[in-house]
Write a protein that binds this ligand. Structure first.
Ligand SMILES: [Zn+2]
Length: 135
């Protein structure tokens, strides 16, 4: 078993705290490494679940993975090899930072302002408002 597989296994065994609190599932990345590229084949589903634009998620992944990202239809293409475990970790982090309310843990938030490296998130369920430092 190589390091990558160990990482995959470790990630699978992590308890998902967000899922335990609410009946909300962070979507799993349906990814495929093809040559030097990584295809994320369910970006539409992820964007729909997050209720955010695909472009916003693409922008986040570009920064997090330090690689160019393009979106075409249901497929987001990352111009580097990214293991599924890493991609899932990034998507999880995105949901935890920008989608799931810090107060009530519901995914009913929207972005109010993006300013000087900070994003202000407003929760439609409980009215909480907080600022997240952009990565
Ligand atoms: Zn809330």
């Amino acid at each position: 078993m190589d390091y990558e597989q160990l990482l995959d296994r470790a990630f699978e065994q992590l308890p998902n705290l967000a899922e335990e609190k609410v009946d909300f599932k962070i979507p799993q990345a349906d990814s495929l490494i093809q040559g030097n590229k990584t295809l994320l084949r369910n970006i539409s589903q992820i964007a729909d679940t997050a209720r955010r634009g695909k472009d916003e998620i693409a922008k986040y992944l570009t920064k997090e993975l330090a690689a160019p990202v393009t979106v075409e239809g249901n497929t987001l293409t990352i111009l580097t090899k990214v293991p599924a475990s890493t991609l899932n970790e990034k998507i999880h982090r995105y949901f935890e930072l920008y989608i799931i309310c810090k107060e009530c843990h519901k995914p009913d938030t929207h972005v109010q302002v993006v300013d000087r490296g900070y994003t202000t998130i407003v929760c439609e369920a409980c009215g909480a408002k907080y600022t997240v430092k952009n990565s």
